[in-house]
Design a protein around this ligand. Structure first.
Ligand code: RVP
Length: 493
């Protein structure tokens, strides 16, 4: 190699967006964008498939605000499929396949179901699927013996029900008229076919931007690896109703990854995202394999040590620009994954060509992320760790398959032989996702005003980057002052 041919790699801190002539009012911009070829979101935000970031609760919260959660895969196939199921059932126009119980179940069973799915009651059906009653919080409130059978406490037929095909307004009218909270949908034979709840109506008023499928259910994505086990995982997740599969590896420009993308594309109807890559050639290979979106980022993550341990990576702005060069002509969206610390970085990623960004560290501190609050010196934190960290690789007995197909390490017979590519740590607690996302999107909206872009495609067309120096970066951050009040959208590194 000769020095003249070594390209330069730039990252978020190396660039700024140039202000341009604008009539755009930040509060009126349109942030709708494509996650993948067939899935659209109101906000360009995805949550990382990491075991300290995205499980069902985060995925539900992400979809409600108009983003999308990607469920991590550091757990058994069944557990991950269950999480898909939890998201798909969480809020809906109509639950088509509601959770039910039998008259012979006990109140304890029903309690467990309600806790698991965060619901307040369940229809009761007999062995043939015929609706025989409903059991809700109201029925259980004064029963002290957990062993009491459902048949003794349930509200029996006749219940207020609606026929299959009832309209949204018709259902709402029935709920209002009878002052009930749950409306079972039954067919002519009396079999339970669905359930509409008051909560779903109030939720859709509360979350007008929610990311939903055609049946009105929240959307969810899930991560898979490569190889036959991963293929089985992918099939199971599709059966559970997943909307997007993400072939989630540290090196997406790899034959096994390309094969997995092509295979899942061929055998299922869901969108398939491939990654991660950081070059033109890597992105092109995924596009050619049939990926419906390309996830970009090798080494930028807050907890990632790949660039130090392996000396490999491409600074993220350059990586996104290079991948976009390969993806844009094919109409394939780019996801900028990793390294985002401030809302301004999201705007920079969009201008570099990304259609959405994926966030780990910024979301790990949310109330909805997995894990408990940690109190340290009176301050609140939550754990955040790389999926290539020792802890993540060793956890839940998944080490072998996990480190093998994400990091392609097959010598994992002995834990001492694992070579981590990530670290374990903690981030400050940041409260509910909605609050965090509000600040993130608020920053993006401001950027769109400065750039003169009314939409994200306009950001792609109109946005211009400028390279800055170390002095420029110093000037960008607050300087020559001691901060006395914590801002909701600024933290020192
Ligand atoms: P960040 O948002 O900067 O915290 O980065 C999150 C991203 O880091 C993830 O979406 C993933 O691509 C990457 N990651 C996750 N684990 C590791 C690792 O252990 N190296 N890296």
């Amino acid at each position: 190699p000769s020095f003249e041919t070594v390209p330069i790699g730039l990252t978020f801190d190396d660039v700024l967006l140039q202000p341009a002539e604008s009539e755009v009012i930040p509060s009126r911009v349109n942030t709708v964008t494509q996650v993948s070829r067939n899935v659209r979101v109101a906000l360009p935000l995805l949550s990382s498939p990491m075991d300290t970031v995205t499980e069902a609760r985060m995925a539900i919260a992400m979809a409600r605000i108009g983003g999308l959660g990607v469920l991590h895969r550091n757990l058994s196939i069944d557990d991950q499929a269950l999480q898909v199921d939890q998201v798909k059932r969480s809020e809906a126009g109509m639950v088509t396949n509601p959770i039910t119980c039998s008259p012979d179940d006990t109140m304890r069973d029903v309690d467990a179901l309600c806790a698991r799915y965060r619901i307040s009651g369940v229809p009761v059906t007999d062995a043939s699927g015929t609706l025989v009653g409903i059991v809700t919080n109201r029925d259980m409130r004064f029963v002290t013996d957990g062993g009491t059978p459902v048949r003794d406490i349930m509200t029996r037929m006749p219940l207020v029900t609606a026929p299959v095909g009832v309209s949204k307004d018709g259902a709402l009218a029935l709920l209002r008229e009878h002052k009930v909270e749950k409306l079972p949908i039954v067919d002519e034979a009396g079999k339970l076919r669905g359930l509409i709840t008051v909560k779903d109506f109030t939720k859709s008023e509360q979350y007008p931007d929610a990311t939903k499928d055609d049946a009105g259910r929240l959307r969810v994505a899930a991560a898979v690896g490569v190889g036959d086990d991963a293929y089985k995982r992918a099939r199971t997740l599709v059966d559970a109703g997943v909307d997007i599969l993400v072939v989630d590896t540290a090196h997406g420009h790899q034959r096994a990854v390309l094969e997995m993308v092509a295979r899942v594309k061929k055998d299922t109807t869901v969108d398939v995202i491939g990654g991660n890559v950081a070059t033109y050639a890597g992105a092109k290979a995924l596009v050619d394999a049939g990926a419906d979106a390309v996830k970009v980022g090798v080494g930028p993550g807050a907890i990632c040590t790949t660039r130090v341990v392996a000396g490999v990576g491409v600074p993220q702005i350059t990586a996104v620009m290079e991948a976009t060069r390969a993806c844009r002509p094919a109409g394939v969206p780019v996801i900028a994954d990793g390294g985002i610390q401030y809302s301004g970085d999201i705007a920079k990623a969009l201008v570099a060509g990304a259609s959405t960004v994926m966030l780990g560290s910024l979301l790990a501190g949310c109330e909805e992320s997995p894990g408990d609050l940690l109190f340290i010196n009176g301050k609140q934190f939550k754990a955040y760790r790389g999926m290539g960290s020792l802890g993540a690789m060793q956890s839940r007995g998944q080490a072998r398959s996990y480190s093998k197909d994400r990091y392609f390490q097959d010598d994992v017979s002995n834990e001492e032989k694992l070579v981590p590519e990530g670290v374990e740590g903690q981030v400050p607690y940041r409260g509910p996702l909605a609050r965090v996302a509000h600040q993130l999107i608020g920053g993006v909206r401001l950027a769109m005003g400065y750039v003169g872009a009314e939409s994200i495609p306009e950001m792609h067309r109109r946005g211009k980057l400028i390279r800055i120096t170390a002095a420029g970066l110093k000037e960008s951050h607050p300087h020559d002052i001691q901060m006395t009040v914590e801002a909701p959208n600024y933290h020192t590194r």
